[in-house]
Design a protein around this ligand. Structure first.
Ligand SMILES: [Fe+2]
Ligand SMILES: [Fe+2]
Length: 279
């Protein structure tokens, strides 16, 4: 009901946000394109955000792969620790206003940590932050979150979505509480494994520790099973390639009220094998 209500204008100012977990390599990009029609039907999103840090060959993002993701219907792309893997993308990261990298990286690094897009007539701020545990950052994500929210307020953002790209669940859960009541959603990425804790926190912030990934389910986080197993078994350097078997798209759909706070978060996972869209 609520899904259609916002579309019919019963809830003026509501924004439906679809957030898609880390897109892994070509299978992930193809799966995204194949699954978008079904996702649009199920979620009726006003805004589609996807994490693209693994979009190019499983690690990093390029202008070409970012444009492929945009062409599939994604409005804005977040990233994470693999964002700088491809040097030829640095200029693109500086220029493209619809892609963000963690805000708590060194300030002079290519790209921006936040952006504002318009959706359903609202100014939606998107912030990317990296966890500090088991990942390298220049500043605490908690302090940086406060800084970014202040700047977005100055820029007139009415709704804020945070992608917290982090490894450790305690840090992710803590960030949810840190931001509760101040942003529409704090959505975890990076682990590629969706967690079962999606909910709206008491203050009105939609939260999930990890959204998951868009890539091959018959894999180890997107990497071919036999290669990952060999790496664990032998502890020798192994060249990883992207798996392509049994591609799924893992996402969450967040309904944001006029207040700028969330009324619901729903996990949406669809089989998205290449060609699925043609079936
Ligand atoms: Fe990732
Ligand atoms: Fe990551």
């Amino acid at each position: 009901m609520a899904r259609n209500a916002s579309r019919s204008g019963l809830y003026a100012g509501a924004v439906r946000v679809l957030f898609i977990g880390d897109i892994v390599g070509k299978p992930g990009r193809r799966g995204l394109a194949a699954a978008m029609p079904e996702l649009r039907e199920r979620c009726s999103p006003d805004l589609v955000i996807a994490n693209g840090e693994n979009a190019a060959g499983g690690l990093g993002i390029t202008e070409k792969t970012a444009n492929e993701i945009f062409a599939a219907g994604v409005d804005a792309i977040t990233t994470g620790n693999h964002v700088y893997r491809h040097r030829d993308a640095y200029g693109f990261l500086d220029e493209c206003e619809r892609i963000v990298r963690p805000a708590n990286y060194p300030a002079a690094n290519p790209g921006r940590g936040r952006t504002i897009v318009e959706a359903a007539g609202r100014r939606v701020g998107i912030v990317n932050l990296s966890g500090a545990l088991q990942l390298r950052v220049a500043r605490s994500p908690f302090v940086e979150a406060d800084t970014q929210l202040d700047r977005l307020a100055d820029q007139g953002a009415e709704v804020v979505i945070v992608d917290f790209h982090a490894e450790v669940t305690s840090e992710k859960v803590a960030m949810g509480w840190h931001l509760d009541g101040r942003v529409a959603a704090c959505l975890g990425t990076h682990t590629h494994v969706p967690t079962a804790d999606a909910r709206v926190l008491p203050g009105g912030t939609a939260f999930v520790s990890d959204v998951g990934m868009t890539g091959a389910r018959n894999s180890v986080l997107g990497v071919r099973v036999e290669q990952a197993l060999e790496s664990f078994r032998t502890q020798m350097p192994i060249r990883f390639t992207t798996a392509d078997d049994d591609v799924w798209l893992q996402s969450v759909c967040v309904e944001v009220a006029e207040s700028g706070l969330a009324t619901s978060i729903e996990q949406v996972m669809v089989e998205a094998a290449p060609g699925a869209g043609q079936r």
